[in-house]
Design a protein. Structure first.
Length: 50
């Protein structure tokens, strides 16, 4: 099931798998916000894409 994370900066990150979503959210957090994001936090922010 596809999921998405809406970052407070306005970026929407979408992926088809949890692993891909976590990787993209972690990369976004590090590159854009200079923050580390745990797998658990990334998945906690995820919402199903309808």
């Amino acid at each position: 099931m596809a999921k998405a994370v809406n970052c407070p900066c306005g970026e929407m990150i979408k992926a088809d798998t949890d692993d891909e979503l976590v990787q993209l959210v972690q990369a976004h957090g590090k590159e854009v916000h200079n923050q580390e994001v745990s797998r658990e936090d990334a998945l906690a922010m995820a919402q199903p894409v309808e």
